[in-house]
Design a protein around this ligand. Structure first.
Ligand code: ADP
Ligand code: GN1
Ligand code: MG
Length: 363
């Protein structure tokens, strides 16, 4: 890989390059924090190498991000919001005025203004964070409701749960690393819930659920929370913003923000869906989304957590069987721990479905 200093020189970051080092805990892209000296002041940027093994059309993806962030900015401006460089991601153009730089090896790089004074939360600490993140994601969907044109599908069938299930079945049949025998109980858990996979797809196909512009990767750490006020500041990780269902977004909030266990927690006794966090998510989300949700979308909010948590469990299991090539892993068996954690969450949500329904009906 070319030295980061050379990559950095492709972007219009004023001042002198000081340093770049890995940053954050995303599973997909390579993210770096860059520091520049600008007239005696240290200014930070986020530099990212976009994972072009997964995202086959990076120019299309960058067109999406450019359109989405410009639209968000207009909406914030119209609402009289200040501090815009902290409310919406801001791309730094390249020297030749493009949104991304292509290096000699064919890698795609982009640079964002660093959102200072805010942080992504990997494991939820209090109900306020659930409330704030859901409010921010709801506002994001609301702002994009009238985005002109149709966005590129950056990963086709990303939330097509039926395809995710079928891919798992293929991975079990092929079993290239002879791992299937050791995860028999987990496979059985998945097979027993096959009925879940078509719930949203069927209603989208029949038109009972509308297609909308959605984020599609709304895990808790993809909204930056202001470190002083605790308020939701900036929705990030826009690679998968594309046509989808709001249920994908709400479901992933439930998956990632209703448990105080790490995503790969191996001690399953620690894993439970916390109904207070669920209630805070519903409250925050309804504050910004109730104006545009149709009754069917609202009705299905409780089941969306099961669906998306199950789907992501299927994806971790598939990746484990296929040799851990999709999600970044830092130790052996990590994808399996992630899968089991998701499945335990699904079970916990099943046990609390009535309570979840009552909360949603009451809002
Ligand atoms: P991935 O797709 O790999 O998850 P993200 O786009 O989510 O990558 O970025 C990884 C991490 O970098 C985020 O979780 C967040 O902590 C940090 N990050 C990303 N963009 C910014 C930004 N503009 N300002 C500050 N931190 C950011
Ligand atoms: C990935 O990019 P990141 O780390 O926020 C993944 C999501 C998964 C998530 C699980 C493009 O999200 O779909 O839900 O990991 N993103 C992509 O933690 O596949
Ligand atoms: Mg991320």
């Amino acid at each position: 890989m070319e030295p980061l200093k050379k990559i950095a020189a492709a972007f219009q970051c004023p001042g002198k390059f000081l340093d770049a080092k890995p940053y954050g805990s995303g599973h997909i892209n390579d993210t770096y924090q860059m520091v520049f000296n600008e007239e005696g002041r240290e200014v930070r940027y986020i530099l990212q190498r976009v994972n072009h093994n997964l995202f086959k059309n990076v120019p299309g993806l960058m067109d999406n991000i450019s359109a989405v962030t410009r639209h968000q900015r207009k909406k914030f401006e119209a609402a009289g919001a200040g501090d815009l460089d902290r409310r919406v991601l801001t791309l730094v153009p390249t020297m030749d005025e493009k949104d991304f730089h292509r290096d000699e090896e064919g890698n795609f790089w982009r640079t964002y203004v660093f959102v200072e004074g805010a942080m992504g939360i990997d494991v939820i600490e209090n109900t306020g964070q659930a409330y704030e993140s859901a409010k921010a994601f709801g506002e994001f969907q609301c702002q994009l409701a009238d985005l002109p044109g149709r966005l590129h599908e950056t990963i086709p069938n990303f939330h097509h749960t039926r395809s995710r299930y079928d891919t798992l079945m293929e991975a079990i049949a092929a079993d290239p690393f002879n791992r299937a025998a050791d995860v028999k109980a987990d496979i059985e858990f998945a097979v027993a819930r096959e009925g879940l996979v078509d719930t949203v797809l069927d209603l989208l196909a029949s038109g009972e659920l509308p297609e909308r512009v959605t984020h599609n990767d709304t895990k808790l750490n993809n909204v930056l929370i202001d470190t002083t006020t605790g308020k939701g500041m900036c929705v990030i990780d826009l690679d998968t913003v594309m046509p989808g269902s709001v249920l994908y977004d709400f479901g992933d909030m439930v998956r990632s923000a209703t448990t105080q266990a790490e995503e790969d927690e191996a001690d399953l006794s620690k894993i439970e869906m916390n109904i207070d966090y669920f209630e805070a998510l519903v409250k925050g989300y309804m504050e910004t989304a109730s104006g545009f949700l149709v009754p069917k979308e609202k009705e299905l909010l409780p089941i969306s957590g099961n669906l998306i948590t199950f789907e992501i469990g299927l994806r971790f299991l598939t990746d484990y069987l296929q040799g851990d090539t999709y999600f970044k892993t830092h130790r052996e068996g990590q994808n399996m721990d992630r899968c089991r954690k998701q499945f335990k969450m699904v079970q916990s949500m099943e046990e609390q479905m009535d309570a979840m329904r009552k909360i949603v009906e009451g809002k």
